[in-house]
Write a protein that binds this ligand. Structure first.
Ligand SMILES: *Cc1c(COP(=O)(O)O)cnc(C)c1O
Length: 472
């Protein structure tokens, strides 16, 4: 393109003021400040300018629309984009209960209600209302955690990664920590056990092999430098076949004989034995304490169903050292998380109602039969006038626990499978994702699968409206 053409196009762009004066834009001044609107206009004009600058084809440059109504529409789009919150609610129709990318555990309704009271006002976060003196934020959950788990002492931090870092650093800095090779896991993102150990200032002593580690392997590795025996829950994978792992109980017995504490990173600690709901047996938090672990750590937002947090439980002598570590301040749990955690933990005082009230527990324990009737209802509401737009079928599928917990555990479920007739399944998935609230669904062999296990009943209407909107 000739430079003079380019100049001409650039010159034709209106001035910021000109757009600002337009009544359509002026109407936004009721909600947004002048400066903020000017910012949106500038960003729009800059995008247009750039489109002209980079195009070499005069037709293309000419097609960068400078029509007033289209420019106005572009400014409006910029305004609406910038005014929409980035973090938004979505409907999780994937059936993955602890969906890491969708925020893991949704909180219980009554937890949210009380959380918002704490969020919007003052609280006795670090104030003892009985003595009128300074209190500790950890006291709000310590006693509850002790009662629920049977542990002598408790502490909470931001997340389980922080809990592992803090516990290792407090108990074994500059010393050796023995771990089985089969447990040197990567949890995802940047959490790898060997890396966290290094960052916490301890030296890793690996024992055994990938598939088999015996008690003698630990025993032989113990020396003057050893400070701790560590067991890590291999949350997100399983080694099957010719395997051997040392039980926590045996490790504790060895630790006792050698005067060494045993720590277990449980990953997703759970207070309820889920095997009664057909889910594979996992040691509960109480089991680990009962087996004599000196310290255990686990997440607040995995199977527990609370907010993101790292829970540390164990013997008082170890917890006292952990609590004095200056790192606790860097990993300190904030009041909103603490409120969410305390109220979630309280629900466990009544296990039966915890299963109903805590969304993660409710979703995991929900039988396929119950989902079937919901799916049928959904199907009835979708067919009829929309039957020209898709084929629908109901089918058995598998929901997942997710969150790196119970990787082999499939939860039998009933899904509604939609085969769009006029658009591709991929394009339907994209349209669902761009709704507000977005609907996140699985795509499988030309079909959209909606799994209601992870959809709250209160979200069903929005889900139906979303699907209708996308197909109409
Ligand atoms: C998930 C997990 C972690 C990390 O927990 P976050 O709460 O995500 O920080 C650490 N260890 C194990 C074994 C886990 O499963």
């Amino acid at each position: 393109m000739e430079p003079e053409d380019r100049q001409r196009y650039l010159k034709n762009l209106p001035a910021v003021d000109e757009l600002l004066r337009h009544p359509q834009i002026q109407s936004h001044l009721k909600i947004f400040s002048r400066e903020w609107i000017i910012g949106s206009i500038r960003r729009t004009l800059n995008k247009k300018r750039q489109a002209i600058m980079i195009s070499n084809d005069p037709h293309e440059a000419a097609s960068v629309s400078l029509l007033p109504e289209e420019l106005l529409a572009a400014v409006e789009e910029e305004i609406s984009k910038a005014s929409r919150p980035s973090l938004r609610r979505v409907i999780n129709a994937t059936g993955v209960v602890l969906h890491t990318n969708l925020g893991r555990a949704p909180l219980a309704a009554e937890v949210c209600k009380r959380l918002s009271e704490i969020a919007g006002g003052y609280s006795n976060l670090e104030f003892d209302l009985v003595s009128g003196e300074r209190g500790s934020r950890y006291e709000h959950v310590e006693e509850i955690l002790r009662q629920l788990s049977g542990a002598e002492s408790a502490m909470v931090v931001n997340n389980n990664a922080g809990a592992v870092l803090l516990a290792l650093n407090s108990l074994a800095e500059g010393k050796e920590v023995i771990v089985s090779r089969g447990q040197l896991v990567e949890i995802g993102g940047s959490f790898r056990i060997p890396d966290v150990m290094k960052k916490s200032g301890v030296r890793l002593a690996e024992v055994g092999t990938t598939n088999r580690t015996r008690l003698e392997d630990y025993e032989r590795a113990i020396n003057q430098e050893t400070a701790l025996l560590l067991k890590v829950h291999t949350s997100n994978f399983r080694i099957l076949g010719f395997t051997a792992e040392v039980s926590l109980k045996d490790l504790v017995a060895l630790g006792r004989a050698k005067g060494l504490p045993v720590m277990e990173d449980l990953g997703s600690g759970c207070f309820v034995d889920l095997s009664q709901y057909g889910i594979e047996k996992e040691p509960t938090v109480q089991d680990a304490i009962e087996a004599g672990a000196g310290i255990i750590t686990f997440s607040g937002d995995k199977l527990l169903g609370g907010p993101q947090a790292g829970i540390i439980l164990g013997q008082k002598k170890h917890l006292d050292i952990i609590k004095k570590n200056p790192l606790t301040r860097a990993l300190r749990i904030d009041k909103l998380t603490l409120a969410g955690l305390e109220y979630t933990l309280r629900l466990y005082f009544n296990r039966a109602s915890a299963i109903e009230k805590i969304p993660v527990m409710r979703m995991l324990s929900c039988p396929a039969e119950k989902l079937k009737s919901r799916v049928k209802r959904l199907q009835r509401k979708l067919t009829g006038d929309l039957s020209h737009a898709f084929q629908v079928s109901l089918r058995e599928e598998i929901s997942q626990v997710g969150g790196g917990a119970l990787p082999l555990q499939g939860l039998p479920t009933q899904v509604i499978a939609l085969r769009p007739l006029k658009i591709s399944a991929a394009s339907m998935e994209e349209r669902l994702r761009k709704l507000n609230p977005a609907v996140i669904a699985r795509v499988q062999e030309g079909e959209i699968l909606l799994d209601l296990r992870t959809v709250a009943e209160s979200e069903e209407r929005e889900l139906i409206e979303g699907v209708r909107q996308v197909l109409e």
